[in-house]
Design a protein around this ligand. Structure first.
Ligand SMILES: [Fe+2]
Length: 253
């Protein structure tokens, strides 16, 4: 909650983030590792202050969010390989949402964070279903394809419930619930919901977690139009998404 608050706070300073990192050695070590990675060029840095200066305020907020959420959803079960795919898709979606927000000259913090967490219902649903398969004979008959279909069906509502429980802002809750119904959603979080739906369209088109889709769907183009994104914006976003998502995911190990 502390991390989330700071990540959403436009006024949050390097100092405040430093206070959070000082309380979490694992997070601090990862920030240090990120600062010395290919994401940021320059001579090696060996202390947290230099690492934070190099990454910069908005990059730090994003990294802290990525790491915090990775811890929240990680637990071993038989669908570990799927969890890994979900994770990389969320990171890629966050990178794409960042690209969309920048292309629209909109705020970048909330779209990145929202994209990162919007599918939180997926790992949670998958973990519940893995437990059910382990404990109930009837569920053992369900193959992986059926399980994954169930996850897709329930993850939005489930994510919304979790968001309410975590007392996440209303906008984030709505995004979790409605991101697959963006073109018909007319609520207060419309801009954010559209941004996340657009980001997911990029992830599908690029094929981050599997086969790339041949083209954007008609709904994706509707979303892009609503967001005011033209062809040159779209091309400008596609290219860096895969590369940055791979780099970010590479830092997770
Ligand atoms: Fe989703």
């Amino acid at each position: 909650m502390e991390v989330l608050k700071i990540a959403q706070d436009a006024e949050a300073s390097l100092r405040q983030i430093g206070v959070v990192l000082a309380k979490n050695q694992v997070l601090a070590a990862r920030i240090l590792k990120a600062a010395n990675s290919v994401l940021y060029s320059g001579p090696p840095v060996s202390n947290l202050t230099s690492a934070m200066m190099r990454i910069g305020l908005s990059g730090l907020k994003q990294l802290v969010c990525v790491y915090s959420f990775q811890c929240k959803v990680a637990r071993r079960h038989e669908y570990q390989h799927v969890l890994e795919r979900y994770w990389i898709e969320s990171v890629a979606s966050a990178v794409a949402a960042d690209g969309i927000a920048r292309a629209r000259h909109a705020d970048i913090q909330l779209p990145f964070l929202a994209a990162l967490v919007h599918d939180i219902g997926r790992p949670i649903a998958l973990t519940i279903l893995a437990d059910l398969r382990r404990d109930h004979l009837n569920f053992r008959k369900a193959d992986e394809a059926a399980i994954l279909k169930l996850v897709e069906l329930v993850h939005g509502r489930l994510g919304g419930l979790v968001a309410a429980r975590w007392k996440l802002p209303r906008e984030l809750q709505e995004t979790m619930i409605y991101h697959h119904e963006a073109v018909i959603y007319k609520g207060a979080a419309r801009e954010l919901v559209l941004t996340i739906a657009g980001a997911d369209a990029f992830v599908g088109r690029i094929g981050v977690g599997g086969q790339p889709e041949q083209q954007f769907s008609a709904d994706a183009y509707k979303v892009f139009r609503e967001l005011g994104l033209d062809r040159s914006h779209i091309e400008g976003i596609v290219r860096p998404v895969r590369e940055r998502a791979d780099q970010l995911a590479g830092l997770m190990g």
